[in-house]
Unconditional design. Structure first.
Ligand SMILES: Cc1cc2nc3c(=O)[nH]c(=O)nc-3n(C[C@H](O)[C@H](O)[C@H](O)COP(=O)(O)O)c2cc1C
Length: 304
């Protein structure tokens, strides 16, 4: 029997496979396909301090190697989520990772404070810094070491571990990850979607209602995998959760070998809502066939 448990900082998970934020609903929507307590964790869609409408449709477009979305972080806000979604997640036995976003450092602070009352129900909080900072000409927080550090410090009222979810659209991801870790993040989640644009060739207008969007799925896997590899090399002390284009156990193996302690599955869930469970089962089989007794034995082996 392969030991599938893993550790992210101080947290032990029974499985290294989790859902990715924004791709498995706000609460227990996937429960009818996957026993949520069998997953490493359920990472819920990013929440802001206030309810948020998101972008006009169309919000998703299929691409040859995945998809592009411009959902625009639609959500019920932290208080709405605590009232309407958290109870079902709690009942499912899932290990819950909440995710927050903001347009200013103050909004991140407020979202984090609003989660403090339920933090006993949370395994961790992912801080999605891949959002425009309206106080800095709408530059993305995740594109600046100082802005990332400022957000992480602003969320320190939370006593549960905070993971910084970073953008791949930067020239030196190791520097940004290091800034997040130095500011108090217990782990980094690598990566969010790649910035993209699809135009209608006839009208010349963006296909998505929000204009550009975020590219996800297998096409971005080498990009996110490289980010994991580079951060693991630069900061071996900083736990990494890898995400981007994972659709099969072999993809997860690459992330673990590159240095991730766990992985998240996003776009694959849209094609098959059982993807997370299937990948976890196949990963166990893969390890057994390869003579690997503990899944953690794979972590970082690409560096040796
Ligand atoms: C429709 C959609 C919505 C997403 N919403 C969020 C979100 O709310 N917060 C976040 O941190 N990431 C969000 N993401 C990014 C994913 O969590 C993940 O980082 C990215 O899609 C790469 O993984 P994948 O290729 O497995 O999808 C979203 C992705 C998609 C496709």
């Amino acid at each position: 029997m392969v030991d599938m448990s893993t550790v992210i900082g101080d947290i032990r998970l029974p499985s290294p496979v989790m859902t990715a934020s924004g791709t498995a609903g706000h609460g227990a929507e996937l429960a009818r396909y996957v026993p949520l307590d069998s997953l490493g964790a359920v990472v819920v869609k990013s929440l802001s301090i206030m309810p948020w409408e998101g972008n006009p449709g169309p919000r998703v477009v299929e691409l040859p190697g995945g998809m592009m979305n411009s959902v625009g972080l639609q959500g019920p806000g932290v208080a709405g989520w605590i009232a309407s979604e958290l109870p079902a997640l709690r009942d499912s036995g899932a290990r819950v990772v909440a995710s927050i976003w903001g347009r200013t450092v103050e909004e991140y602070r407020q979202a984090a404070q609003a989660l403090v009352e339920v933090q006993d129900d949370l395994l961790a909080v992912e801080i999605n810094v891949s959002c425009p900072n309206i106080e800095d000409r709408r530059k993305m927080f995740a594109h600046s070491c100082d802005a990332v550090a400022g957000v992480i410090v602003a969320t320190e009222d939370l006593e549960v571990p905070r993971w910084a979810k970073l953008s791949p659209n930067v020239s030196d991801i190791a520097e940004i990850a290091g800034a997040a870790g130095d500011a108090g993040a217990s782990a980094v989640t690598l990566t969010n979607t790649l910035l993209g644009l699809v135009l209608d060739p006839v009208t010349g207008r963006p296909v998505l209602g929000g204009g550009g969007g975020g590219v996800s799925g297998p096409a971005m896997r080498p990009v996110a995998l490289r980010a994991v590899f580079d951060v693991a090399a630069a900061r071996p002390d900083l736990p990494i959760v890898g995400v981007g284009g994972i659709a099969h156990a072999e993809d997860a193996v690459q992330y673990l070998r590159a240095g991730a302690a766990a992985v998240q599955v996003g776009t694959a869930t849209f094609a098959d809502p059982r993807s997370t469970a299937r990948i976890a089962t196949d990963l166990q089989t893969w390890c057994r066939n390869a003579g690997i007794e503990r899944v953690t034995d794979l972590i970082g082996t690409a560096h040796s």
